[in-house]
Design a protein around this ligand. Structure first.
Ligand code: GLY
Length: 398
């Protein structure tokens, strides 16, 4: 891994992106090697005649955990394959991406929760962006139609979950901001503005109710479905109701940055900048900019990190930098995060069953997926690398 360490070090010290030669190529070599291994492992598990377990999610007791398409993480592995195709230009990865994307199609009519964006946009969305395959476009549109069935005009938001009805009647989680990309794209693809309007309503209502004065966010807001009144401000995966769960902060940052991309509403840009400020200047943010699983976790520094949150933050900061007047502030931080991930959190080649990054945390309160590889850490890591590569080449991200 020495070459990655050395080359990536150059990347943080020299901010002008043009000076950062070959960085993504070195990371790419590692990603190719690891995803080869992952493909071999996954193919040994998938029953191709009846593919039910289709997408690797994590390691459980050192064994690969492969999930079905209903799982919220099912789109990330196909998405990583699309990114590898985009980074490498090698059609082999395109063929694999097509195959693993096809396994997710059945989700297009599943409106049991809000995760359609994660599942379908990371897989079919990237596939459509890169191939313009019209059958992919149809899946994106159908998925958006399914997602908006969860919108309630009385609350102004899309309900995230149907589970835990004893705790919450109309819960909305900050993660839900990520699913708005599917809706904004559906309007672009169809000309039907209703998807866009619902996304804007959700973003505006979330802006009003999810954020604290310091621009950290709650995880779960429960709404009265008849009046839209806020009933509860809770957490599910964070340390406490008033704490700042690291990945939640990352979803908020990424979510409002993408909302600005589609709307050019400066209130979204300003919120994203404030959220970035909260994250990057927090006294409990470690020097390497890979956060602990919760900014208020009780035993910092003896708490697990969350590399997945860091990867989401890095990717979001590259995009935010391209809109923000605070030029280079965010790209320097994104570069530093990529350096840390590529140096201290990367799996040694040939290990971790083919995952790219180690040391993510899924849900610490339920002691689930603590200090493990996670498919979404890898997906957003590759996305961040791709964004860095595009910026280095002087290209626009969108
Ligand atoms: N969206 C679920 C999570 O971030 O764990």
């Amino acid at each position: 891994m020495k070459y990655i360490v050395t080359i990536v070090f150059l990347m943080i010290s020299a901010v002008p992106l043009k000076a950062q030669k070959n960085v993504p190529d070195k990371i790419l070599a590692h990603a190719k090697g690891q995803l080869e291994i992952m493909l071999t492992n996954v193919k040994g598990i998938i029953d191709t005649a009846n593919p039910t377990l289709v997408s690797p999610r994590t390691l459980e007791n050192d064994k690969l955990k492969v999930v079905n398409s209903r799982d919220w993480t099912s789109g990330f592995f196909p998405g990583s394959l699309w990114y590898l195709y985009e980074l490498s230009g090698n059609k082999k990865w395109k063929a694999e991406a097509q195959k693993f994307t096809s396994y997710i199609e059945r989700e297009k009519t599943n409106n049991n929760n809000h995760d359609l964006g994660f599942k379908v946009y990371c897989s079919f969305g990237n596939g459509y962006r890169l191939t313009k395959d019209t059958s992919y476009k149809a899946v994106i549109i159908q998925s958006a139609k399914s997602l908006v069935t969860r919108f309630n005009p009385k609350t102004g938001v899309i309900r995230s979950w149907d589970h835990n009805r004893d705790k919450w009647v109309n819960p909305v989680i900050i993660d839900n901001m990520m699913n708005l990309e599917l809706l904004f794209e559906a309007t672009r693809l169809t000309g039907d503005s209703s998807f866009h309007k619902i996304a804007v309503s959700h973003a505006n209502t979330t802006m009003k109710n999810h954020f604290r004065p310091d621009f950290s966010s709650y995880h779960v807001i429960d709404y009265n479905p008849e009046t839209g009144t806020v009933l509860k401000k809770n957490t599910h995966q964070g340390y406490g109701h008033e704490s700042a769960w690291a990945r939640g902060q990352a979803w908020g940052l990424y979510g409002y940055t993408l909302c600005y991309r589609y709307t050019k509403d400066v209130s979204y840009l300003h919120l994203a900048e404030k959220v970035a400020g909260f994250i990057l200047t927090h006294p409990n943010m470690p020097e390497d900019l890979v956060p602990y699983w919760d900014f208020n976790a009780p035993n910092i520094p003896n708490e697990p990190r969350d590399a997945s949150a860091a990867a989401v933050i890095a990717s979001a900061l590259y995009e935010l930098n391209s809109y923000s007047a605070k030029k280079n502030t965010f790209v320097i931080k994104a570069n530093k995060i990529l350096y840390s991930l590529s140096n201290k959190y990367i799996s040694p080649l040939g290990e971790a069953k083919g995952f790219l990054l180690l040391h993510s945390t899924g849900s610490k309160p339920s002691n689930s997926e603590v200090d493990v590889p996670l498919s979404y850490a890898d997906y957003y890591y590759l996305e961040a690398v791709l964004r860095m590569k595009k910026l280095k080449a002087g290209k626009r991200l969108f």
